[in-house]
Design a protein around this ligand. Structure first.
Ligand code: EPU
Length: 338
């Protein structure tokens, strides 16, 4: 098991922030759980790291970082219409989606090209193009560091909601997600999800569609709109789309008839934060080494050399403008790690 002291996390977070971790350990295999548990229980603070694609790191992280690198995919159960497949936490998310598609296990195709790992996916309940992870999860395998025992979280236990879960809200560092099981469909039981406007209007998705065609379209749309973190450092959407009351929505739409919003249950609307940030004049705007992306104003990018301080300054300015214009508090999506 590889152990590092004062490790610079810059190359393992997609926002490329320089950050020194007091200690980092790489978890590759379940056999390492004994020694790892001893280290974890002795560490006053712990953070679990997957692909580093949804976090904002402080300059110094006074904690033990556990980097999940365990690999493996296996079928747990199978019928003529469904398959329950388990992937280890360290599997790359996009490669796992591709693996399932190639074997004729469908449902994950709308979630193609999301950066990060399988183990991190339930934490923020990843979602895109009309599908959220919680619709496909069967259960999550967790090592409880405090009780030193295995636990299996059902979908209900995970308390999923929009970009949120039990794991994001409760004692970060206590629950080590080691594997996730998904219930996927075989062709005879599969239904395409095409309600998202980008897919509904896509020229390759008219008439009868395949899961492969959806996968290809999602990859194409994402590549067009979202910066590749390997080319331009970013952590995906930097803010959640805010959820407001019907009354608030009605007030806003009277003022801004072109406002982009979607009904969210009966009593709420979800507002497109990207649209609001663009309307506030931040799209493509830069302050020092950071800015809001020119194609997708919801994505904060690091043009090179940014620190946590630069990010915080930009975030504060964007949030203040959105508050002033729309009376909405933008909530940060990536997890702050300090
Ligand atoms: N829009 C603008 N200007 C912008 C950006 C967006 O006017 O600069 C408008 C778009 O034209 C569209 C609406 O806002 O009418 C929504 O934009 P988009 O379809 O790009 O999606 P989003 O709401 O900005 C969310 C997720 C993304 C996910 C896409 C597709 C959140 C916080 N973000 O973005 O997830 O890929 O929908 O489903 O919910 C992520 O979480 O990191 C992420 C990329």
């Amino acid at each position: 098991m590889l152990i590092y002291q004062d490790y610079n996390l810059q190359s393992v977070n997609t926002l490329a922030l320089p950050s020194i971790a007091k200690k980092m350990v790489c978890f590759d295999h379940q056999d390492q759980l004994g020694p790892l548990q001893r280290m974890m229980s002795a560490a006053p603070r712990r953070w679990v790291l997957g692909g580093g694609s949804n976090m904002v790191l402080a300059d110094y992280v006074d904690a033990l970082i556990i980097k999940m690198q365990n690999k493996g995919i296996r079928v747990v159960a199978e019928t003529t219409t469904e398959v329950v497949v388990e992937a280890q936490a360290g599997e790359n998310w996009h490669q796992f989606v591709q693996y399932c598609l190639n074997r004729g296990w469908f449902g994950l195709e709308n979630l193609a090209l999301i950066p990060g790992t399988v183990g991190a996916a339930p934490v923020q309940n990843i979602g895109a193009y009309g599908v959220e992870l919680d619709q496909l999860v069967e259960q999550v395998q967790v090592w409880d560091v405090e009780l030193a025992e295995w636990r299996r979280f059902s979908v209900t236990d995970c308390a999923f909601s929009y970009r949120d879960s039990f794991f994001k809200r409760n004692q970060v560092g206590r629950y080590l997600i080691t594997a996730v099981q998904f219930r996927l469909k075989k062709l005879s039981a599969w239904q395409p999800v095409l309600r998202y406007p980008d897919l509904q209007n896509h020229p390759d998705l008219q008439g009868e569609v395949t899961a492969q065609a959806i996968f290809d379209a999602v990859v194409q749309v994402r590549q067009r709109k979202l910066p590749d973190p390997d080319v331009l450092a970013n952590a995906g959407s930097f803010f959640k789309n805010p959820i407001v009351s019907v009354a608030h929505y009605q007030k806003l739409v009277a003022q801004y008839p072109e406002l982009v919003a979607y009904p969210h249950g009966e009593q709420h609307y979800k507002l497109a934060a990207g649209w609001m940030i663009e309307r506030a004049g931040w799209k493509g705007k830069q302050i020092g080494p950071v800015g809001m992306h020119k194609n997708q104003a919801l994505v904060l990018v690091n043009y090179g050399g940014a620190t946590a301080h630069d990010v915080a300054e930009l975030v504060q300015k964007v949030r203040a403008d959105i508050k002033a214009l729309f009376e909405v508090e933008l909530e940060q999506e990536p997890i702050p790690v300090c």
